[in-house]
Every structure is written in structure tokens, then in C-alpha cells.
Design a binder for this molecule. Structure first.
Ligand SMILES: Cc1cc2nc3c(=O)[nH]c(=O)nc-3n(C[C@H](O)[C@H](O)[C@H](O)COP(=O)(O)OP(=O)(O)OC[C@H]3O[C@@H](n4cnc5c(N)ncnc54)[C@H](O)[C@@H]3O)c2cc1C
Length: 360
């Protein structure tokens, strides 16, 4: 059978994952990236890999599968370093934390109820240990830009071509099919075009007259200067989430849903730094190095959008929040659908068209 030529638009964690899985099937892959390699939201991400919190069971199952696929990727792709450091969570009131433990525990999510003594045993680096928390030993992190670049490098070793600083300006289409892409200088035809362009996906779809309910809530993260090892786990506390990167920086955010509440970012960042110092032992003299404000590409209902928009031949969309957690599963399932025509049941209800909107 002739090799399929697939174009992937976007080289963030989702595009990188799709491109990598496609190359593993022998597909001929071309990646276009409008800026530098590695993504926009991806480089500004906190990168907690988890199936925690108030998720409906089908979404929990998809996330859990992706956690498993991260292990596969880290075993197979040089430079993808999954750190299953565990998550320690007490950012909900105790009754809600217990309800979450009961529900996710009954679904088979590995978790331990801990008191303050046990919390300190797991994470000696916390000040004011909680009276009640949950410890999820399977949760972890990657350094997101490093992981995306590692996937892209390995895809290139398998023959993928990556064009950076090359925005796709429009999609070629005729007779209801997408047949390729246009850049400033060239036209390239392909069997399949995968849009994994984060918030840039919206404009590409609009060029085809397709409108979807998506948002891009901002999220601020403070990065301290690198320091000695202070934290082993990811901490989700009522006032912040914080972890330590592989190069020793503490990285903290305050809000997972992207409420910036109008306070100037400088003031929010300074406040977060104080919260880090109040929570992490040994961080009292730490200085902020920089902060980022990233935009999270987010489908209107919060769940992934994966599939052929309006059943258009030659076109596929992968747009998701929690894209770090979900990248391996969405890359794998996209590839299976494009190459084998098989849609994984875990993609169940996540077809993009549920969020289609009339033209404005
Ligand atoms: C503050 C913050 C915290 C987060 N925390 C977590 C977390 O803890 N866990 C988790 O799982 N997720 C988290 N996320 C979400 C996660 O980072 C994103 O879901 C994920 O990075 C999205 O990846 P992506 O590849 O779709 O997008 P991006 O990384 O934005 O990549 C899209 C790429 O497409 C390119 N592009 C756009 N338009 C075009 C075009 N026309 N032609 C060519 N290229 C184009 C862009 O330049 C960009 O490089 C967080 C995000 C933020 C901002």
C-alpha cells in the first residue's frame, strides 16, 4: 500500500505527538510551525500528568490511558523523561476531597488518604502540612517543551520534515475535501491535513467556513531561579499548585481554570512568589526568574475535540485542554483513525462537531 502523506499543522505537544505516532506507521509526514518548534501553550504549561479531579468517568478513562501511554513514550523516545513523582492534593474542602477519593478510587485510580504526618513523610518539603490530603503515586510530569522537542526530533529521525517559521496561511480544498495547505511561499498537497495548531486552529477552520465554540483562558506561572532539590511531588494546595522542574526551578500557578481576575500580572506573580515561600520549606530566599502568561486552547465544554470536522475528507482536528496529559493518547488515536480508519472507543463523545456553531 502507498505511504500516506500527512501534513501536521503545529509543533506543540499535540502536533508533535501526532507526528511521532504517524511516523511509526511509516507515513510520510510534513510538519508546519508558524514560530519556533515546540508550541506556544506547551512551553507555558505546568505539565501535570493526571486523571484527577471531578471528571466524568469516560474522560477519566481517556486520561488514565494517556498516563499509561506516557510510560510507553518515555521508554521508546530518547529525551522524553516522564517523572512519576506523584501528586499530593488538598485543594478541595475535606468533604469534596473524600467524595473525589471515593469516586475515583472506585474507578481504580490509585490513591492514598494521608494525614499530616504521612504528608510530611511523602513530601518533607512542605510547611503547614494538611490534616487531610490525597496522594496519587501514579501522577507525574514532563518538562513540556523538552518532551515536544524530543518527539519532533525522533519523528524527524523517522523521516518527518519540520518547517519552522512557516505558517500555514490556508487549507486547499475542492469538492468538499481538504487536499493540502498553502504557506507564504508554497503549496503542498497531502492525503491528510491534521490541524493541531492550538489557538491558531480557529482561524484555519474559519477559512473553511467552520466555526466552533472554543476559548483561550490565560494562566500565569511563576518560575523561580534554579535551586537545590526542595520538592519531590506535585503539590495542589488551596492557594497554589507548585512543582520543581528538572533544572531546579519551582514553578507555581494559582488557578487551573484561567481566572486572571483583572489584577496586573506583575502583582499576581509577586503574590505567587510569596505563596511559594510560605508553603515550601527552604524557599524563603528564592528569587523569581520570570513569569509566563500562557493561553490554554480550550474547547467550549472543556473536553477534547478530535476527529474530522463536518466529516471532511482529508481534514482532522486535534484540539484539547490538558494537552500535556492527553498528548500520547490523542496522538495514538488520531494515527489509528487516519491510517487504519479505526476510531478508538475512548474518543467516544469527543468529535468536534458537537461544538459547531453557525457563522457569525
Ligand atoms: C498556564 C498553563 C498551565 C497548564 N497546565 C497543564 C497541566 O498541568 N497539565 C496538562 O495536561 N495541560 C496543561 N495545560 C494545557 C496544555 O499546556 C495545552 O493543552 C497544550 O500545551 C496544548 O498543546 P497544543 O500542541 O495543542 O498547542 P500549542 O502548544 O499552542 O501548539 C500549537 C502550535 O501551533 C502553531 N500554529 C498555530 N497556527 C499555525 C499555523 N497557521 N501554521 C503553522 N503553525 C501554527 C503555534 O505556533 C504553536 O506552536 C496548561 C496550559 C497553560 C497555558
Amino acid at each position: 500500500m502507498a505511504k500516506k502523506h500527512c501534513i501536521v499543522i503545529g509543533s506543540g505537544i499535540l502536533g508533535a505527538s501526532v507526528a511521532w505516532y504517524l511516523t511509526q506507521t511509516g507515513a510520510d509526514v510534513t510538519i508546519f510551525e508558524s514560530e519556533q518548534a515546540g508550541g506556544r501553550a506547551t512551553r507555558d504549561s505546568w505539565a501535570w500528568i493526571n486523571a484527577s479531579w471531578g471528571n466524568p468517568e469516560p474522560y477519566f478513562r481517556l486520561r488514565q490511558r494517556s498516563m499509561y501511554e506516557w510510560q510507553n513514550l518515555s521508554a521508546r523516545v530518547p529525551g522524553v523523561r516522564l517523572d512519576r513523582c506523584g501528586g499530593l492534593i488538598w485543594d478541595l474542602p475535606p468533604d469534596q476531597l473524600e467524595a473525589f477519593a471515593q469516586e475515583h478510587g472506585s474507578w481504580g485510580y490509585e490513591l492514598e488518604r494521608v494525614d499530616s504526618a504521612r504528608a510530611l513523610q511523602i513530601e518533607p518539603g512542605i510547611k503547614q502540612p494538611p490534616a487531610f490530603a490525597l496522594y496519587m503515586p501514579q501522577e507525574g510530569k514532563v518538562e513540556p517543551l523538552e518532551a515536544a522537542l524530543a518527539l519532533l526530533a525522533d519523528a524527524q529521525k523517522s523521516g518527518a520534515r519540520l518547517h519552522v517559521n512557516t505558517p500555514v496561511t490556508s487549507l486547499l480544498h475542492s469538492g468538499g475535501c481538504v487536499t493540502g495547505v498553502r504557506t507564504r511561499d508554497a503549496v503542498l498537497v497531502a492525503d491528510e491535513v491534521v490541524i493541531a495548531a492550538g489557538i491558531g486552529s480557529v482561524a484555519l477552520l474559519q477559512g473553511l467556513g467552520l466555526h466552533y465554540d472554543t476559548t483561550a483562558p490565560p494562566g500565569l506561572l511563576v518560575h523561580t531561579k534554579p535551586t537545590r532539590p526542595l520538592l519531590k511531588t506535585l503539590l495542589m494546595t488551596p492557594e497554589l499548585h507548585v512543582r520543581q522542574t528538572s533544572e531546579g526551578r519551582l514553578v507555581a500557578g494559582a488557578d487551573f481554570v484561567g481566572n486572571m481576575d483583572g489584577t496586573p500580572p506583575d502583582a499576581q506573580a509577586a503574590d505567587l512568589l510569596n505563596k511559594i515561600k510560605a508553603r515550601v520549606a527552604g524557599s524563603e530566599d528564592l528569587e523569581m526568574d520570570y513569569y509566563t502568561v500562557g493561553l490554554r486552547p480550550t474547547p467550549g465544554d472543556g473536553f477534547p475535540m478530535v476527529g474530522r470536522p463536518k466529516n471532511t475528507k482529508g481534514l482532522y482536528l486535534v484540539l484539547s485542554h490538558s494537552g500535556i496529559t492527553l498528548a500520547p493518547a490523542l496522538g495514538l488515536f488520531t494515527t489509528q483513525e487516519l491510517i487504519e480508519g479505526m476510531r478508538d472507543p475512548l474518543l467516544g463523545n469527543y468529535h468536534p462537531d458537537r461544538l459547531q456553531q453557525p457563522a457569525a
